[in-house]
Design a protein. Structure first.
Length: 391
């Protein structure tokens, strides 16, 4: 095997750093012990690594070109002290960028985007249906006014870290069968920032932000429901170093209503009427959801606060009446329905005269000894599931 380092890498003597690195990556992928367990390949990889270690260092390369020993050892030998960057090996397999002998990630920024924040807000059903504006109190991180987010006391500034010289990383060297492996780790002195704050701000302790309670007005659109989240852009937590604020999400919880129950965009309610009213028919005045908006409002409004529900003669208990367009407005337009269920109330306490009149009515209708009508009962959910499995 040729001992010429340029021939080992397969490059010309005037090859630049990029050509050297490209050749090293190609050969490392071919001969690295992790991909080629052949002992000859391992020996070849050691030669390639030592050749690249010399030619990638300007001083060692100059000494080699003059005919000297770049390691200062015996003639023709490379010894076991040859060192190379572990980053270069990783680059060979994962295509890391960078020029020259490979660099790390560099210092991490002090200024970063803040986290999103979430608060929960309870509103009434009418407010969810027709929209409302609410003032809320939020407790989040805001930019420190004393240092304007810089983190340093007034009149002072962050300075480059002397340990890592502003790189945010320091090299750690350990020996292995391949020689000295150099890895980069975040600098402990500056925590990877590449700079230190010698005189931190007394208000924020160098973080560039403080916690503060503030008021915001949130506009709740018509049609929201429990679980809906309203996004307020850049109203969340300010980032470290006074970085951009995250978003604030207001999660809606709709309180229970005494009359109406919501299902999607539809409203449901139950109207109980006496047995005689169901038999003869009647009209019931029902409130609308708009009545909650008008109640307590000082402004004159023409919203309909009630309407007349017609109970037809002979209405049976459990009958549903669907009133179109009296439900909840949808977030994307339209409006749901109001579903009214009629419950017929049978009297439980009768005086003598009432009982006598009912007996007369039963005799007139031939219902003194009714046989009744027997039909199959509705199956429970578990019964329907059992039948589905049996089939």
């Amino acid at each position: 095997m040729s001992q010429d380092l340029y021939e080992i890498l397969g490059v010309s003597r005037d090859a630049d750093d990029a050509e050297l690195k490209k050749a090293y990556r190609r050969l490392a992928r071919q001969y690295h012990p992790d991909v080629n367990p052949d002992p000859a390949a391992q020996e070849r990889f050691g030669e390639v690594s030592r050749a690249y270690e010399v030619l990638s260092d300007p001083q060692k390369r100059a000494a080699y070109d003059r005919g000297g020993d770049p390691f200062g050892g015996g003639a023709g030998g490379f010894g076991q002290g040859a060192g190379f960057s572990f980053t270069d090996i990783m680059d060979a397999f994962f295509g890391g960028g960078g020029q020259g002998t490979g660099t790390g990630r560099g210092p991490r920024p002090r200024v970063r985007r803040g986290q999103d924040a979430l608060i929960r807000l309870e509103i009434e059903l009418a407010e969810a249906a027709f929209g409302v504006s609410r003032e809320i109190k939020v407790d989040t991180a805001v930019t420190c006014s004393a240092c304007a987010g810089e983190g340093a006391a007034p009149g002072s500034h962050a300075v480059p870290c002397e340990t890592c010289r502003g790189q945010g990383e320091v090299a750690h060297v350990q020996r292995s069968f391949l020689g000295e492996i150099r890895t980069l780790r975040p600098c402990a002195a500056c925590r990877g920032f590449g700079s230190v704050i010698p005189d931190p701000c007394r208000e924020c302790s160098g973080d560039g932000r403080v916690r503060s309670r503030r008021s915001l007005t949130v506009k709740i659109p018509a049609g929201v429901d429990t679980g809906t989240r309203v996004q307020l852009a850049e109203q969340g937590e300010v980032g470290p170093g006074g970085g951009p604020a995250g978003d604030l999400y207001v999660e809606i919880h709709v309180a229970a209503h005494p009359v109406f129950k919501r299902q999607g965009d539809d409203l449901h309610c139950t109207v109980t009427v006496p047995m005689t009213a169901a038999a003869l028919g009647t009209a019931i005045e029902l409130p609308t959801l708009e009545a909650d908006v008008v109640e307590g409002s000082e402004q004159v409004t023409d919203l309909e606060t009630s309407f007349e529900l017609d109970i037809r003669p002979g209405t049976q208990s459990g009958t549903e009446q669907v009133l179109r367009g009296r439900g909840v407005p949808g977030l994307r337009g339209g409006r749901g329905d109001l579903v009214v269920t009629i419950a017929v109330e049978t009297p439980t306490r009768l005086d003598a005269r009432q009982e006598e009149l009912l007996h007369e009515l039963a005799a007139l209708r031939g219902e003194e000894s009714p046989e009744g009508s027997v039909k199959p009962g509705a199956k429970s959910v578990f019964g329907r599931l059992r039948d589905a499995f049996n089939h």
